[in-house]
Write a protein that binds this ligand. Sequence first.
Ligand SMILES: Nc1ncnc2c1ncn2[C@@H]1O[C@H](COP(=O)(O)OP(=O)(O)OP(=O)(O)O)[C@@H](O)[C@H]1O
Length: 301
Amino acid sequence: MAKPLVLEQVTKQFGEKTAVNGISLQVEEGEIYGLLGGNGAGKTTTMRMVLGLIYPDAGRILYHGQEYSSELQHKMGYLPEERGLYPKVKVSDQIVYLARLKGMSAQEADKSLRYWLERFEVPDYYNKKIEELSKGNQQKMGFIAAVVHKPKVLILDEAFSGLDPVNVELLKETVKELRDGGTSILFSTHRMEHVEELCSNITILQRSNTVLQGNIQDIKKRYPREEVLLHTTGTVTGLEAIPGVVRVEHRERGYSIRISDVAAAQDILRRAMEESTVEHFEIKEPTLNQIFIKEVGDSHE
Ligand SMILES: Nc1ncnc2c1ncn2[C@@H]1O[C@H](COP(=O)(O)OP(=O)(O)OP(=O)(O)O)[C@@H](O)[C@H]1O
């Protein structure tokens, strides 16, 4: 069966500027796909092309094997990074209107909106104007506007920005539920810990080009493990002198040791066992944040 969303060698120019240069990716049904990159890397331009708001100059975008058509708008939802709702308009008027544009009847739209307001424990927002709500609650209304019409493809740009930790969890659980219900989600953020938690596959863009792509766990295996965590009951001396140890940092319950060669880890463990009792020993995988910084570094715009 054709995949919900496929980008093939998609390119977009703005005058002389190439904003997106030959990006290819595929999002499965029921997948949250991470689209990452530094500022100006081309993420928003890519999302706008997927939404049919702008057209690629080269390459193509396929939705279940079909080229873009206006009816597809009904099946797509978008939470833009910048606020998309009108401040002076009531939540109910605005979201019902948007859902109707996406092909829902007024009755269905109203029912769906009420469901989401209950779900987010803010049923009284129904009659409030957007400008009366706090920034985080406006973000939640933006999220509802993106999902109210039950889209098959959902595009989330910094979906959790401005939310407190409780609301981040609430929205994260909602996004996982939508995924489990079969929605294909293109998820863009600068928060790598959210990507690690939600996405299995990612593309990292740098200056309009793909620099890294694939399954997060497979990507991690390609990077050296450069940190050892060691918790001991007492002090361990001479760690700095072990070949391959780059830096030793004292932590509350032991040490974080930066290594240049994973073989040093065995010598660290041996030394720790000779001098103390080891409570915890771990050769840490690189985090996605570390990988991102390595790949994108300070070369973003
Ligand atoms: N309408 C436009 N006209 C001219 N240049 C544009 C336009 N839209 C985007 N660009 C340029 O294309 C490049 C990619 O921009 P884009 O907004 O896609 O980046 P981004 O990855 O979303 O960045 P950020 O993380 O900062 O939001 C940038 O150099 C930007 O200046």
